[in-house]
Design a protein around this ligand. Structure first.
Ligand SMILES: *Cc1c(COP(=O)(O)O)cnc(C)c1O
Length: 369
């Protein structure tokens, strides 16, 4: 269960897909990729057992997994995942954004879910291996990318309740179109007062499927109320703003200062969040990580002290929030346009990711060389 970088890197075997997609089929997907609908020709798989550790690393044709019906992931939900993107730069090269942060987060998630930690070098190598065979799947149109989805499941066949002694790690990949068709549009979000996604001592800071399972009912509630995302307060006091179902949140104040909820152990630590904090500081904004209550948001939005609110995450980058809707009140104006600071930060982030701006923090890792 060591995550030291001195561990010998895994060697990957390669089994080619004998029926890969044609250039025409790929072009058709690239013309309208959507999100998470189409998958590349291959996937990475690595096995782990308590006796052998990580072994049998391989790139194989994309296809169904064989699972025993008693596999513990199906019963106790021992599952974690990551999400990051591969971007094609103007010269054709392929780069990803801060993969070592995703590797570290997956190790933290693994520790919380009693799963084994995959060393950072092997995590990044698994991405390289997939891009080496499926690089043609990385689209090149503006604002497109190849979404990489590493995940880990317990696949020991045993119905007793304990940490699995047999685990598998996979990486699959899916071309992603521009999140906002026809330009960035502010979103309305639904404040759930009925449900929490995490609580003190729980798994809120781990990227695990179970957290998402808990968010799907309030997500349905959001959609029924004309909103695209759910906003969660802290589960213990129901006063503090935490995050959206899959995105972190930021507040821009009248004087240009920026506030984001401090990481309390119940909030997922976004790589985008951490990067936006840095980029905002680079741009001269004072950034504070602290408690933000929902009452403060209501009052300061009404008084004009809070001028912009946005959410951020890998899938949608930076997303302006126009309005919060709850059972008893609303905050903000549904027709509010995207804020200036919001759009500047979005631009600064995507310029680095797509190679249009200098990578001054050393955030990009080339995957195809
Ligand atoms: C993945 C995720 C985020 C965003 O993290 P990024 O690393 O920025 O993509 C935020 N909140 C939750 C609950 C998440 O699962």
């Amino acid at each position: 269960m060591s995550s030291t970088s001195t561990a010998p890197a895994l060697r990957f075997e390669r089994v080619a897909n004998e029926h890969p997609s044609s250039t025409a089929e790929r072009a058709e997907v690239h013309a309208n990729p959507g999100f998470g609908k189409h998958f590349t020709d291959h996937m990475v798989a690595i096995d782990w057992t308590i006796d052998e550790g990580w072994h049998d690393a391989r790139v194989v044709p994309y296809g169904p997994l064989q699972l025993d019906p008693a596999a513990s992931v199906l019963h106790y939900g021992q599952e974690i995942f990551e999400g990051l993107k591969a971007f094609r730069h103007a010269d054709g090269s392929i780069h990803t954004f801060r993969p070592e942060r995703n590797a570290a987060r997956m190790q933290h998630s693994a520790a919380r879910l009693a799963l084994p930690e995959l060393p950072t070098t092997d995590f990044i190598e698994s991405l390289r291996q997939l891009v080496a065979v499926d690089g043609d799947w990385v689209p090149s149109a503006p604002e497109t990318s190849l979404y990489l989805r590493p995940f880990m499941i317990s696949n020991e066949s045993f119905l007793g309740v304990r940490a699995a002694e047999r685990v598998a790690y996979y990486v699959i990949a899916s071309p992603a179109g521009p999140y906002f068709q026809g330009g960035v549009a502010p979103v309305k979000i639904w404040l759930t007062t009925r449900y929490a996604r995490s609580g003190p001592g729980g798994t809120g800071a781990a990227k695990c499927g179970g957290n998402y399972a808990a968010s799907l009912l309030p997500q349905k509630e959001a959609q029924a109320n004309g909103c695209s995302q759910v906003l969660f307060l802290d589960g213990a006091t129901e006063t503090m703003v935490e995050e959206l179902g899959g995105m972190n949140i930021f507040f821009v104040h009248r004087d240009g200062s920026i506030v984001t909820p401090a990481l309390t152990g119940t909030i997922l630590e976004g790589v985008t969040r951490e990067s936006i904090v840095q980029l905002a500081r680079d741009a001269g904004h004072q950034v504070t990580e602290r408690t933000v209550t929902i009452d403060e948001w209501r009052e300061e939005a009404a008084s004009g002290e809070i001028t912009e609110v946005f959410a951020c995450g890998t899938a949608a980058s930076v997303t302006p929030i126009s309005q919060v809707v709850s059972e008893s009140f609303t905050i903000g104006d549904a027709d509010a346009p995207a804020g200036t600071v919001t759009m500047e930060l979005r631009q600064a982030l995507t310029d680095i990711q797509y190679g249009r701006a200098a990578d001054t923090h050393g955030w990009m890792t080339r995957l195809d060389a």
